[in-house]
Design a protein around this ligand. Sequence first.
Ligand SMILES: *Cc1c(COP(=O)(O)O)cnc(C)c1O
Length: 485
Amino acid sequence: MDGHGGTAMLGEMGEQEFREAGVAVVDRIAAYLSHPERWAVLPRTQPGDVASRLPASAPDAGEPMDRILDDFDRLILPNTTHWNHPGFFAYFSITGSAPGILAESLIAALNVNAMLWRTGPAATELEQVTLGWVRDLVGLPPEFDGHINDTASSSTLVALATAREATGLRIREEGLAGRSDVPRMRIYCSEEAHSSVDKAVLTLGLGLQGVRRVATDAELRLDVAALDRAIAEDRAAGILPIAVVATVGTTSTTSVDPVARIAQTCRREGLWLHVDAAYGGAAALVPELRPLYAGWELADSIVMNPHKWLFVPIDCSLLWLRDPERLKRAFSLVPEYLLTPEGASVRNLMDYGVQLGRRFRALKLWFVLRYYGRAGLEARLREHIRLAALFAGWVDAHPDFERLAPTPFSTVVFRYRPAGLEEAPAEAANVLLLQQLNNTGEVFLSHTRVKGTYALRLAIGNIRTTEAHVARAWALVQQLSKQGG
Ligand SMILES: *Cc1c(COP(=O)(O)O)cnc(C)c1O
């Protein structure tokens, strides 16, 4: 029993034990990834099921790895929602692909904290290089440079903090509270924009009223005339507009704001333009989709998540800025104990955001980019887009179903709506349909509202999802809609 962290032995697990446990872990991963369908994609776990089966306190004596792994098999795997299941169509379906998974274990092994260049030279430089690679792959101009965050929420927060700093109101030094010389400020986005914009303003001290959500057109795109009116109205009321967030691929329906026209407004009004392409950004690798991105090169900042649709395990969010030095001016604080002899000759990642410590996320991005290559990534994204178009076509052709939003990427927003069914029972039928679909264990879909109407979402983004899985989802949708109705 000793030797598993008992007092008889200090220090780390021995090499031989590590090898054996490591093989056991890799065997599990390989078996799991080869056939995630053996699990229900959405487990039947009830709230509290997991916690109630765990001991109330941490073990006193260390335990052997095989026992810990047995409990992983027994308690964790069956009570997990299986994001790697090819029937995962909920939210945005994301995949941590094999090269990224392997990189994650190397990242953990090195345990680099890339706060300073000196504390992680390879991590710091690889981050900049991979950011440049992806920027080129998605067709952005070379002036965009940036860094990697955990999530788009963090990326958007620091981008909007930089926009707030660009007002010249010395908020970094003097703050907002207790000042009579600071007007109310406003950030604009569409009704369909992600809640991370609201989270950012509440964190930045602008208050939730600091976001003004602008109406969208019939295709759920920000209405630029309404934006222009909102800005003029706010200025007349003494409110200071500071930024616009345009979305390429909204979370609910994947609609695409008219970024080029929004950029004109921003230029005319002197506003920061932040483009949220957390989900949609990856598909700019596909040349025939490039027109969707027209104008994003005019942004001041752009966020894109390789953990969403570029096969990198969560988390990995890229933030590019036209001028990263502005971000640095907003955030850099260097205490004596973090000064290094390299001085200004190097980039220290701690200068570009809130957190000091940073994981070596660039390694998994690098592995994924190299293993699949541009061509491999492009082909996979194009296939997802093809599968979504196929499903959209099935919906359109069926008299009892309708699509509630265009399908520019790989997410289909639709509902069951047979002729003669009124609005209220139609909603109830779709709520029931979603429940029944998710109870099958074969597929997992989620829902949204499109201008108030309850809708189902089928998001394709899993690296294992094939036409057979999408066809099976459609068969289940048709079959279960009949049973419910
Ligand atoms: C998912 C999503 C976000 C938030 O992403 P996190 O990385 O989870 O913070 C922001 N914007 C859009 C458009 C998204 O789809």
